[in-house]
Design a protein around this ligand. Structure first.
Ligand code: SAM
Length: 374
């Protein structure tokens, strides 16, 4: 199920809005694929020699590499443009989201009223949003995941899906095997014949990765949790529009409130890199507690392992931490999911951590998976 899937909850850009979105996409693609590799050239040919001339030694760490790189006009230009392109992306998406939001709100009311696919939505009036979510416009998304202006607000979800689609097309993953499809293929290869009756998608956002489980296993009871209320309203209506029976709940991955052994399969997609290490570890513990004997968990995320990078690339890949409101970028890049899964209770022999390659593209996703003993 491709990321560019169409449904009635998606904001509908008019011609001019679409033209601006396409411009941003072209700009982001150019900055990411054509110009970004030049940052190493700037480092090797200008910043590093300048640092060594001044200090009489090589930079000790990525903090000193940053100091040297931010003094270079070429890197300054790339970094500023990259930041501007991210801001422009949300502006371009926001034009369509706000203009079209009366229609989307009506669509939300209709779809959540009819519940034609049989899904549900459970929000909590006194839910305590984690500070990290409440205080941050994550990756510069206006209002972040916590945005919630009124009881029918769906803007955060619309922003997330439309912005995410543009962002992922820039990384050429938009039309190819989705993260959820890849995880399903991983499960089929590792555990032939495994067919879950109850599935939980943790930190589901707009539900783009929850829906493929409901469609792949229509007999399964699929639940999805997140903390953002407007994200969940949108996710619920979106799933209904796509004919997928998913039960969405406003819950924290740290303490989900479900009973022990409630699920056969627990997944998360691109979630760890937006959580502190304490929250990531808690999500693994909660996965162990919530799995029934023989159950499987697969936590998928972006390929960002600092252990595989030299110190320059750690600085370079750390751009999002410094410039794109991604406070947990390094907490994820330096985490140890294998250890977290073992500490959560999974036997070492049942843990598998590593990359799994997209079947029809160049993307490889990072998977931290484990099975609870039967
Ligand atoms: C990058 S998005 C996930 C994308 C989504 N799984 C997908 O595949 O489209 C990260 C999500 O994690 C959620 N999140 C962060 N901390 C959380 C927590 N403690 N409990 C539940 N959800 C959390 C955020 O609200 C956000 O929606």
């Amino acid at each position: 199920m491709a990321r560019n899937l169409q449904h009635s909850m998606l904001p509908r850009p008019d011609g001019e809005e679409l033209a601006r979105q396409r411009y941003v996409l072209a700009l982001k693609t150019h900055l990411g694929r054509r110009l970004r590799p030049g940052n190493r050239v700037i480092w090797e040919q200008a910043a590093q020699p300048a640092f060594e001339r001044e200090h009489g030694r090589a930079p000790a760490d990525r903090g000193e590499i940053a100091e040297a790189m931010y003094a270079e006009p070429g890197y300054q230009a790339w970094s500023s443009l990259n930041r501007c392109a991210q801001e422009m992306m949300w502006e371009a998406v926001g034009e369509a989201v706000f203009r079209d939001s009366p229609r989307m709100r009506e669509e939300y009311a209709r779809l959540s009223g009819e519940r034609a696919a049989g899904g549900s939505l459970e929000l909590s009036d006194d839910f305590a949003l984690p500070n990290a979510i409440r205080r941050i416009n994550i990756h510069l998304q206006p209002g972040g995941y916590a945005r919630d202006e009124d009881p029918a607000d769906i803007v955060a979800g619309a922003f997330y899906e439309a912005g995410g689609a543009l962002y992922s097309m820039g990384q050429s993953v938009g039309t190819r095997e989705s993260k959820a499809e890849l995880v399903q293929r991983f499960i089929a290869e590792r555990h032939p014949g495994f067919r879950p009756a109850r599935v939980l998608d943790m930190a589901c956002s707009a539900g783009a990765s929850s829906v493929p489980y409901a469609l792949a296993w229509p007999d399964a009871e699929v639940h999805a949790i997140d903390v953002g209320p407007a994200m969940l309203r949108y996710a619920h209506a979106r799933a209904e529009a796509l004919g997928a029976r998913v039960h969405f709940h406003q819950r924290d991955v740290v303490d989900t409130g479900f009973a022990d052994g409630s699920f056969d399969l627990i997944v998360s997609h691109n979630a760890m890199h937006e959580m502190s290490q304490a929250t990531q570890a808690a999500m693994m513990r909660e996965s162990f507690r919530l799995l029934a004997p023989g159950g499987v968990c697969v936590h998928q995320d972006v390929p960002l392992r600092y252990s595989e990078l030299d110190e320059f690339m750690r600085f370079e890949r750390g751009w999002d931490l410094r410039n794109n409101n991604e406070p947990f970028w390094e907490a994820y890049a330096t985490n140890d999911p294998e250890r977290m899964l073992a500490d959560a209770g999974f036997p070492q022999a049942q843990i598998s951590v590593g990359y799994f390659e997209q079947i029809d593209g160049s993307m490889r996703w990072f998977l931290a998976a484990a099975r609870k003993p039967a």
